[in-house]
Design a protein around this ligand. Structure first.
Ligand SMILES: [Zn+2]
Length: 244
């Protein structure tokens, strides 16, 4: 007895040696569909839908001698909506960024998205942290993403940090909901507007002369203003199609 597992679209690249056609998998032990998918190298976080002989099933379905069609998560992925595979959605979209893609942390904060880092954290702690805080884990580590506690995650494919940003913006549909330059790059906190008169003694003379609008991080108290750095970032976002 065997099951036929057909991995669709981007998932195909995660299963070695699978160019086309379904993969034969022996049904010789009691195993869930999720266990089998992960044994073949695909973290459960990447799977958006599973059909067993054409009928949608969840991760706990026991593998039978049937055909399984396994589809990737489709964009835009709304993690605050329940689905068959993830019946308990997140309260809001927030990320936990693994060290192997750590430059995404600052880039996501730059476009206003809540992104926590986890420098030096062990895999078990990352998983626990993600579960406790309800965060989507971004990583290049398939082993990490296979952890049960991580319900929402994404195996980042791109190499360059800006391409990684575009990948995440596209998958989670962030383009219409991002607020560039609203969050502290260092602390992940939302900035608060500060009248110039209150902070002008902390500004360099040229900044004081040419800029009128300022924001401050409530934690580290860095001052932010829409200077040339913003223009360069906006240009880059436009070039990548991340903003209009
Ligand atoms: Zn700060």
């Amino acid at each position: 007895m065997h099951a036929d597992l057909m991995f669709h679209d981007a998932l195909r690249d995660l299963v070695p040696g699978r160019d086309h056609g379904p993969l034969c998998y022996p049904v010789d032990r009691r195993a869930s569909v999720k266990d089998v998918i992960e044994a073949l190298g695909v973290p459960h976080t990447e799977v958006g839908r599973i059909l067993e002989a054409g009928i949608e099933v969840d991760f706990h379905a026991l593998l039978a001698a049937k055909r399984y069609d396994v589809f990737p998560v489709a964009a835009p992925w709304d993690v605050t909506a329940a689905s068959v595979l993830r019946p308990e959605p997140l309260v809001k979209l927030r990320f936990l960024v693994d060290e192997n893609v750590h430059r995404l942390t600052g880039l996501l904060r730059m476009i206003g998205i809540n992104a926590a880092g986890c420098p030096g954290m062990a895999d078990a702690d990352i998983a626990r942290h993600a579960a406790a805080q309800g965060r989507v884990v971004l990583s290049k580590d398939r082993r990490l993403l296979r952890r049960k506690q991580i319900v929402f995650g994404r195996l980042v494919h791109s190499v360059h940090p800006w391409d990684q940003l575009r990948e995440i913006v596209d998958l989670f549909g962030l383009k219409s909901r991002m607020h560039p330059f609203s969050r502290c790059i260092h602390c992940n906190l939302l900035l608060v507007p500060r009248p110039k008169v209150e902070i002008q003694n902390r500004l360099e003379p040229l900044t004081r002369k040419y800029y009128q609008v300022f924001q401050e991080c409530p934690k580290c108290q860095r001052i932010y203003w829409p200077g040339s750095h913003h223009d360069r970032m906006r240009e880059r976002l436009r070039a990548l199609g991340i903003s209009d």
